[in-house]
Write a protein of this length. Structure first.
Length: 230
């Protein structure tokens, strides 16, 4: 099974949790997009849901495939969100934001009664941090925010490069118009402590650590899909 087939397997398993009439948060990234494709097929077969996309990219795909969308303001409470991840550990703590949608993904997930994470085995880690942590920042005062992040990380014994994400020639902008610093800490042994420190910095809009947000994860590997619970 190649990587794409595993993503499809995880997405298929997640589709089994989608019920008629649900208000559905729809994640961002290649795994979430496999879910959107399968969902669209099911909708053509008669299933009815209303989706709230976590990014403009996901919204475009949904529109293209005929998945009906509402804004989060129209549907402020959701039944279920299905989204991918960049890393997941045994406590179901995630690093997300590889696709730059972490802020909307976190807002949508927090508005959902249940959050199912879909991923292939390569995303499962013992300790988070090999994948650089995306930190969404306000462009104003970026240099000061960078220093504040470095100091906060250092108080926790963490260090590493903070790389301003680029999109081609330009600085990458999130759907909210913010920048992203990708923080290569290597290992994040205490995600809650780092999250708390980052939230104290005014220029930090949000970070990609998702803590106590996922209900469970569906992990697809060579042997099929398994459920990962905390
Ligand atoms: C986007 C995300 C994605 O869910 C994450 O990057 C995983 O993407 P993929 O399924 O393409 O590996 O957090 O902001």
């Amino acid at each position: 099974m190649d990587a794409r087939e595993m993503k499809v397997k995880a997405a298929e398993a997640a589709l089994g949790y989608v019920e008629d009439g649900m208000r559905l948060g729809i994640g961002t990234g290649s795994t979430a997009e496999e879910f959107v494709r399968l969902l669209a097929e099911k909708l053509h077969g008669g299933l009815k849901v209303l989706g709230v996309p976590t990014s403009e990219r996901t919204a475009r795909l949904c529109v293209e495939l005929g998945v009906p969308l509402k804004s989060l303001d129209e549907l402020p409470e959701l039944d279920l969100t299905i989204d991918g991840t960049d890393e997941v550990d045994g406590n179901l703590t995630l690093i997300k934001g590889g696709g730059g949608a972490l802020l909307r993904e976190k807002i949508v997930a927090a508005a959902s009664a249940q959050v199912i994470v879909i991923a292939d085995e390569s995303k499962v880690v013992e300790t988070l941090g090999a994948f650089p942590l995306p930190i969404e920042i306000n462009p104003f005062g970026m240099a000061s925010t960078r220093i504040a992040i470095e100091k906060a990380a250092s108080r926790l014994g963490l260090s590493g490069e903070l790389k301003l994400r680029r999109g081609g020639e330009d600085v990458f902008r999130t759907d909210g118009g913010h920048y992203i610093l990708d923080a290569s800490f290597g290992r994040i042994p205490d995600a809650e402590a780092l999250s708390a420190q980052l939230h104290l910095i005014p220029g930090v809009v949000e970070h990609g650590l998702f803590i106590h947000i996922a209900s469970f994860a569906i992990i697809a590997g060579e042997a099929g899909a398994r459920t990962l619970k905390a």
